[in-house]
Design a protein around this ligand. Structure first.
Ligand code: FES
Length: 181
């Protein structure tokens, strides 16, 4: 469009558009100026291609990461790993009655020093999956529909249909460990 207008101006003024040396010898900046509207400079096009290639590469890398995580799950023993032991903390941190929420098998769990020993229980309510809370006064309770559990995970009252799943827990070398060896 722009190029056509310039050409018309040349013709109106009686100038030779085709023969105008300025067009024949126009440098890159000038040619960018007279480039048809909507047509993008080569540099910009290259930049957009590079940007697109970068985005596609990132997408591919993310896809490889997802597939890798699926094929090779996290190693046992890491926090929240699929199996193995997780360290809940030092034994000193758990006076009788104390509880700590941890991540075990990628889900929240409670480690509690009950009067009869350590327990580790899933913190996912067996009713509709809310996260249960613990305090020494109320024991273990679910804030969603007032479900209550004792310190072994058994249902005391409320709608939960099953006890909370429990996990092996042991004190080894002054550390409280949750999970199978
Ligand atoms: S989800 Fe826990 S009582 Fe309903």
């Amino acid at each position: 469009m722009l190029k056509r207008l310039i050409k018309e101006e040349y013709v109106e003024c009686g100038l030779d558009y085709e023969g105008a040396g300025v067009f024949a010898s126009g440098g890159p900046a000038f040619m960018d100026y007279v480039r048809e509207e909507g047509e993008q400079p080569v540099e910009r096009r290259s930049f957009l291609h590079a940007l697109l290639a970068g985005a596609v590469s990132l997408l591919g890398a993310y896809g490889a990461y997802v597939v890798g995580r699926y094929l090779w799950p996290p190693r046992p023993g890491s926090t929240g790993g699929a199996a193995g032991r997780v360290e809940a903390g030092a034994e000193d941190e758990f006076p009788v009655g104390a509880g700590k929420k941890i991540v075990y098998r990628n889900k929240p769990a409670w480690v509690i020093h009950a009067p009869f020993g350590f327990v580790a229980l899933s913190a996912v309510c067996t009713h509709l999956g809310c996260i249960v809370e613990y305090d020494p006064e109320k024991k273990i309770w679910c804030p969603c529909h007032a479900g209550f559990f004792d310190l072994r995970g058994n249902v005391i009252s409320g709608p939960p249909p099953r006890p909370l799943p429990s996990y092996p827990v042991a004190v080894v070398g002054g550390k409280v460990l949750v999970g199978e060896t």
